[in-house]
Design a protein around this ligand. Structure first.
Ligand SMILES: C[S@@+](CC[C@H](N)C(=O)[O-])C[C@H]1O[C@@H](n2cnc3c(N)ncnc32)[C@H](O)[C@@H]1O
Length: 269
């Protein structure tokens, strides 16, 4: 297969990547045949997969718009993905023109493509780093140069923690990010939840994602609440993402079908 210009030499283009599968669900063009095949297998097992990705992305946009409207001017987006329409800086800067956004992802395609899109945009930065080493993110010189950690910021960890196994202690990793934040900061988090799914459906999802470098770990609502440890959940709490402050025209019927639960927490003073 020919390697397109946007694909760094370091990536294995014969092996599906969760970032490029997600790009495919969202109708993006930064994916290969292997990603599309894995995404289609996922859709065969869970037909709602593209709907899930879109609903998750819509939740993220509503949360960013809401926080920007409340004066949040700095955003740290961890596991930001391959840039697509309506990225965090675009949404935030509609409300707060001088909003600053740092993007972080482990995936080389996501990082390379974000660098290309953001070239020359001095209110944004992108680095390649892993949530499993939180100090490498919050102490990264490029991020410290852009974001002021003495002031509140919103940290986004959206559709990422289901790729982190329990052994790596996702709640503990988030707490280590939290330790670097000023009071009044926010956590925006969503992840796949198996609340109400049959065991068979959960198993099928696992098998598809086993071909990638990541397993997908859906979790119950109860298992996700500790991720917001130290934060106070804003209304309506941790809910199926379409139910989080929906726009008046949103269709919120069958919200649980989208499989993602999400919420926004505020770090107290
Ligand atoms: C499903 S996409 C979500 C993208 C974006 N946050 C959104 O919700 O639209 C998940 C992203 O998380 C990234 N990711 C997975 N594990 C990660 C980790 N340990 N640290 C940082 N990023 C990670 C993947 O590369 C991928 O780009």
């Amino acid at each position: 297969m020919q390697r397109p210009e946007w694909a760094p030499e370091s990536i294995d283009i014969e092996r599906p990547s969760v970032a490029r599968m997600y790009d495919y669900y969202l109708g993006g063009s930064h994916n290969f045949a292997v990603d599309r095949a894995a995404a289609q297998a996922m859709i065969a097992a869970v037909p709602e997969a593209p709907l899930m990705a879109q609903a998750n992305r819509a939740f993220m946009r509503r949360a960013v718009r809401y926080l920007a409207s409340r004066g949040v001017r700095q955003f740290l987006d961890i596991g930001s993905g391959i840039p697509t329409v309506g990225n965090v800086h675009e949404i935030a800067q509609q409300e707060v023109p001088d909003a600053r956004v740092a993007y972080v992802d482990t995936d080389p395609v996501a990082v390379a493509h974000a660098r290309e899109i953001l070239a020359g945009n001095e209110q944004t930065v992108v680095i390649q780093a892993d949530l499993r080493t939180p100090e490498a993110i919050v102490n990264a010189p490029e991020i410290r140069a852009l974001l002021d950690f003495t002031q509140p910021m919103a940290v986004l960890i959206v559709a990422v923690t289901h790729f982190i196994p329990d052994e790596d202690d996702p709640a503990g990793l988030i707490a280590r990010v939290r330790g670097a934040l000023a009071p009044g900061s926010y956590l925006v988090l969503s992840q796949a939840s198996d609340e109400g799914r049959t065991e068979e459906e959960a198993f099928e999802t696992l098998v598809v994602y086993r071909q990638t470098d990541n397993l997908l770990r859906a979790r119950s609502r109860k298992a996700l609440l500790p991720y917001f440890g130290g934060f106070t959940l804003l209304e309506p709490g941790l809910v199926w993402v379409p139910l989080w402050r929906p726009d008046p025209t949103d269709n919120i019927e069958d919200a649980d079908r989208v499989v993602f639960m999400g919420g926004v927490g505020r770090l107290g003073d």
